[in-house]
Design a protein around this ligand. Structure first.
Ligand code: DOR
Ligand code: ZN
Ligand code: ZN
Length: 475
């Protein structure tokens, strides 16, 4: 706090000194935008006040009386002011799969949902699996993006030797699909995985893993199929919790030996949480995410709702679901990520699970749902600020530029409130593919404004800004 006060005081002193000297210019605005009458969530504290942003960067925070003048003043009427929300796991499907989503539609959905930064996944066509693909994707998507973005590079069996060039090209992290071949790229075997982790350690990167064991899944699937199982619960039976937790444990063992940072994507089970907690107790640099879908739905819901809950990894028991909430609360899980994976009805809501595509959207509904959970007392607002923004920024080397309301941080704010319950309506969402299991689910959380680099990108659910997203290269 003292750092903020010092900065605020410094601004005031400058202003007063000018005024004593009688300079004419001091009556002019000294910041570009001031957000007032909010509740700032800063570390363990919630402070009444506001934020001043100048040149895209937070210039001051504190009580209204301490903030500099501004061209634009927004009174947020008591809403919470959070550091801009980061969704560290989205699939915006560009290039190659843009009938499902592209950066314009995906980032519109993100902005309306209160997200200011996304980390975008490389399982596109072609996959983002070399420096050329990283740079081409950046050029392609930057002019369309309403949010800041980091790009993941993909690593599989045949491109381990391209890790260094992708690091050079500025990827936010390296993504491993350990459960299946992606666009012709088979998953790493154990030898390639360990070598890849060593190379990532050498470039100071983060390995992010989709941790499921393909051999267990393959064998179970074949068995279930042969016995005529084809509803959505067969996808759950084919992917027992050990197929996830064993791969989590294996990745932790290799990362410990290689010395790299490791991030576990979409954790769904208590067993996996135990492996991650054990790594954290040993002070290994291991972080992990889970998503609203696993916090809301179980295998029982899948049996009831059917193919809409086709997702990989799948939905687990009520005990697992509860373990995920507990782990977010006490820090064994670090962050919420949606795994926003748009799928059209025709490719998903089909008769047999063996033909159904896995995934659904989530980037737009995440913050309203999680703020509803804050309203219900499942999480404190301070914990939510950490798991929605700060921890992702820290894990991927962006803090305090992102994930922080400190002066000097990017002027990214997510301004949220709670109020009357309202139901999510899939057809009103902004992604190209509307299928979501949250259609009709009620929440009391809402997003009032999304501010990116001091620009109001969304106000009362309307987009007000134009594309200005930047690639946030890992520090
Ligand atoms: O269900 C999923 N869908 N899981 C993944 O890991 C990938 C994603 C996709 O890209 O559709
Ligand atoms: Zn995945
Ligand atoms: Zn994913």
């Amino acid at each position: 706090m003292s750092a903020h006060r010092l900065k605020t005081k410094a601004l005031c002193r400058r202003w007063h000194r000018c005024s004593e000297l009688g300079e004419e210019t001091i009556s002019g605005p000294t910041s570009d935008i001031v957000v007032t009458n909010g509740r700032l969530v800063i570390g363990p504290q919630v402070i009444q006040g506001g934020v001043a942003i100048k040149d895209g960067v937070i210039a001051a925070i504190g009580r209204e009386s301490s903030l500099p003048d501004s061209k634009e003043v927004i009174d947020v009427a008591g809403a919470y002011i959070l550091p801009g929300v980061i969704d560290p796991h989205v699939h915006f499907r560009e290039p190659g799969l843009t009938n499902r989503e592209d950066f314009a539609s995906g980032s519109t959905a993100a902005t309306i949902g209160g997200v200011t930064t996304v980390f975008e996944m490389p399982n596109t066509v072609p996959p983002t699996a070399g420096a050329d693909a990283v740079m081409a994707k950046r050029e392609l998507v930057k002019p369309k993006s309403l949010v800041d973005f980091g790009l993941f590079g993909m690593v599989g069996q045949t491109n381990v030797d391209r890790i260094e060039e992708m690091a050079e090209a500025g990827v936010i992290g390296f993504k491993f699909y350990l459960h299946q071949t992606i666009e012709g790229m088979p998953p790493c075997d154990d030898g390639a995985l360990f070598e890849a982790f060593q190379r990532i350690a050498a470039v100071g990167g983060v390995a992010a893993v989709h941790a499921e064991n393909p051999e267990i899944i393959g064998r179970c699937s074949a068995h279930l199929r042969a016995h005529g199982h084809s509803d959505v619960t067969a996808n759950i039976a084919a992917r027992p919790t050990v197929s996830e937790s064993e791969m989590v444990a294996r990745c932790i063992a290799y990362a410990r030996a290689a010395g790299n940072r490791l991030h576990i994507c979409h954790v769904t089970s208590a067993e996996s949480v135990d492996e991650i907690a054990s790594a954290k107790r040993r002070h290994l640099p291991v972080t992990a995410e889970t998503g609203p879908q696993w916090l809301w739905f179980t295998e029982v819901d899948a049996a009831e709702k059917g193919m809409v809950l086709m997702f990989s990894p799948p939905f687990r028991s009520e005990g697992d679901r509860k373990a995920l909430w507990d782990a977010l609360q006490d820090g064994r899980l670090d962050m919420v990520a949606t795994d926003h994976a748009p799928r059209h009805r025709e490719e998903k809501l089909v008769a047999s699970v063996w033909d159904a595509k896995s995934g659904f959207i989530g980037v737009e509904t995440n913050v309203p749902l999680m703020m509803g959970a804050v309203d219900q007392g499942r999480l404190s607002i301070q914990t939510y600020a950490r798991i929605s923004s700060e921890n992702a920024a820290r894990a991927f080397g962006l803090w305090p530029r992102k994930g922080s309301l400190l002066p000097g941080s990017d002027g990214d704010l997510t301004i949220v409130g709670v109020g009357a319950a309202h139901a999510i309506e899939a057809e009103r969402l902004h992604s190209k593919a509307k299928v979501t299991p949250f259609d009709g689910v009620s929440t009391t959380g809402s997003v009032k404004y999304t501010i990116l680099g001091g620009q109001v990108m969304m106000r009362d659910q309307n987009v007000t800004g134009s594309p200005r997203g930047r690639d946030v290269v890992r520090a």
